[in-house]
Design a protein around this ligand. Structure first.
Ligand SMILES: *Cc1c(COP(=O)(O)O)cnc(C)c1O
Length: 234
């Protein structure tokens, strides 16, 4: 193992930092859900987090999640799993089966596929609409100007439980304008949940209204270099 990994201690530290940021941002205590991002990490580390009392996890690829989580969820039914990576329509069925929250609804075709699979399954994960706040060509997410229309289609026309928005700000820019834009789009659409902030910037995100922060490295240690964006598709 590359680092001296104490998952329980890392979780405790992140919780303390979230609590501090809640105070600094005049947010209510315990208003932020930590999503522990376990991508590339083995089940044994996830089980350590569960043993430490943590139950909410994120994965960015359907296939990897299918390999790890059915067994974990069978043993620990209270575990909740968020999909935080791009979703292909041909994996919508598997995603509806496995995930409790799909944070990456970003196009009409996917909304229709999810609605169809949810109807077939008789249940539907909560859906967050991913907004490409930086309008980066290589990044998933609906363009900010098209977000209201996608929310209207998914929630009002198709009846999907669209409860949140998610963004991944550009790496090379200050995150705060992106967090602010996401909050603005949510407010005008009557949406309460905001998934924003990662290991490097979750405290800022909490101060700016995040209800969900997605933290991987600071809990589970570093990962091998990521595949280029776009190839990280599920
Ligand atoms: C990997 C990933 C994270 C976690 O990133 P860290 O910097 O390791 O905290 C958060 N959100 C998304 C969408 C990711 O793919």
């Amino acid at each position: 193992m590359p680092e001296n990994l104490d998952i329980a201690a890392n979780l405790a530290e992140i919780h303390a930092r979230i609590a501090h940021a809640e105070g600094a941002g005049k947010r209510a205590a315990d208003s932020v859900q930590l999503v522990a991002v376990s991508k590339t990490k083995p089940a044994e580390l996830i089980l350590e987090a569960i043993a430490a009392g943590h139950l909410v996890f994120g994965e960015n690829r359907v296939q990897e999640a299918q390999a790890k989580y059915p067994e974990i969820k069978a043993r620990h039914p209270a575990v909740k799993l968020h999909l935080i990576g791009p979703l292909q329509t041909n994996k919508a069925k598997s995603a509806v089966e496995l995930f409790d929250v799909i944070e990456t609804l970003d196009r009409p075709k996917l909304a229709r596929a999810l609605a169809k699979e949810a109807a077939r399954a008789g249940h539907c994960p909560e859906c967050f609409v991913q907004v490409n706040t930086g309008e980066e060509a290589q990044k998933a997410g609906v363009a900010p100007a098209e977000a209201d229309a996608l929310i209207a289609l998914a929630r009002d026309e198709l009846g999907l439980p669209v409860t949140g928005l998610m963004c991944i700000p550009p790496l090379d820019e200050p995150a705060s304008p992106h967090f602010a834009l996401l909050a603005k789009i949510a407010a005008r659409n009557g949406i309460d949940k905001l998934s924003m902030g990662m290991s490097a910037d979750f405290e800022l995100a909490v101060q700016m209204g995040a209800t969900h922060v997605r933290v991987g490295t600071a809990i589970f240690g570093s990962r091998p270099p990521a595949a280029p964006p776009g190839e990280a598709g599920t």
